[in-house]
Design a protein around this ligand. Structure first.
Ligand SMILES: Cc1ncc(COP(=O)(O)O)c(C=O)c1O
Length: 314
């Protein structure tokens, strides 16, 4: 397997968050924020760590074009476009849904980075996969070499990006008890679990996949040398609410809390749900008052500016 290409700025900082800690009921010196929103490339976010591995595979295979899929506000699609630009490749993004009358958020950045967009109305995961394959064939027909990146950029190989993040965290915050992270397509949590063990990682489900436990288990099974009992995995499914695209009351409250205590902005889909999950874990004792806790800020802020719930936050 190829070595990762460097697309970001490492290590990302860790900041202590005493005001947020006190507001959620933790000891003031027990909460840190791992700033993976500051990974550097293309507005930053967790997908950069995964893309360092995926793009290494693409380059090793002689790819000319990265082809991937996501929702209209996919952070993964935006960062795939940015990674392609950085590496002199093309990007084709298959987006589920109809093009909006007024593009916003990630969608605008996809175009600024030069990606080609293909829209698929009424997309199911299967139809998205089929359309990605059609687009890859179109690239071949035009004489190019496509490299297909699966939904959310999650594979057992790209999860190594979060094994790296776990290693950074072990030196930045000795004696970590919990890391709380949003769960979408799963490789972020999988890599952290591979490094830190199942007991120290809490994944807060965002509703992006039907069965997050099975998705995570499969990613971990594909990682050499990683042995985890599925029963030990900690996935919190209480923050999905009305669904992936909804702005839940808990997420809106979490966005205000992080903004008002630490001047840190969260996105409505992933990081706000993750913080809402952390708040709930402290409230019911899954995280103890003095437990050394890391909130992983995985980025995603551009999505706020394309989210239907934006006016409710003003
Ligand atoms: C901002 C943000 N945070 C977290 C996640 C979840 O990461 P993963 O798909 O690896 O579970 C995503 C995935 O789309 C994301 O965009």
């Amino acid at each position: 397997m190829p070595a990762p290409v460097c697309l970001g700025t490492w290590p990302t900082p860790v900041e202590s968050a005493p005001r947020l800690a006190a507001a959620v009921g933790l000891a003031a010196d027990a909460l840190w924020i791992k700033r993976d929103d500051l990974t550097g490339l293309g507005g930053g976010g967790n997908k950069v760590r995964k893309l360092q591995y995926t793009c290494a595979q693409a380059l090793a295979a002689g790819a000319t074009t990265l082809v991937t899929s996501g929702g209209p506000q996919s952070n993964h699609a935006r960062l795939t476009a940015a990674a392609a630009a950085r590496l002199g490749l093309r990007a084709v993004l298959v987006l589920g849904g109809e093009p909006p009358a007024v593009p916003g958020g990630n969608l605008v950045l996809d175009r600024v980075a030069g990606a080609e967009l293909a829209w698929l109305p009424g997309a199911t995961p299967e139809r998205l996969r089929d359309e990605v394959e059609c687009q890859a064939q179109r690239v071949r027909d035009d004489g190019g070499v496509p490299h297909v990146i699966p939904f959310g950029g999650s594979t057992s190989f790209s999860a190594r990006g979060y094994l790296d993040c776990g290693t950074e965290l072990l030196s930045q915050v000795p004696g970590i008890d919990h890391v709380v992270v949003a769960f979408g397509s799963g490789a972020t949590m999988a890599g952290l679990v591979a490094c830190l063990g199942a007991g120290r990682v809490i994944g807060v489900d965002t509703g992006a996949v039907a069965d997050p436990g099975a998705t995570l288990g499969e990613l971990l099974d594909g990682m050499p040398g990683v042995r985890v009992r599925w029963a030990d995995l900690r996935i919190d499914r209480e923050q999905v609410g009305a669904g992936y695209a909804a702005l839940t009351p808990g997420a809106a409250a979490a966005m205000r809390l992080a903004g008002r205590t630490e001047g840190i902005f969260l996105d409505p889909t992933y990081t706000a749900r993750a913080l809402a999950g952390l708040v709930a874990c402290v409230a019911d004792g899954r995280i103890g008052h003095r437990d050394r806790t890391v909130f992983l800020h995985s980025g995603g802020l551009p999505g706020l500016f394309g989210h239907a719930g934006l006016p409710q936050l003003a």
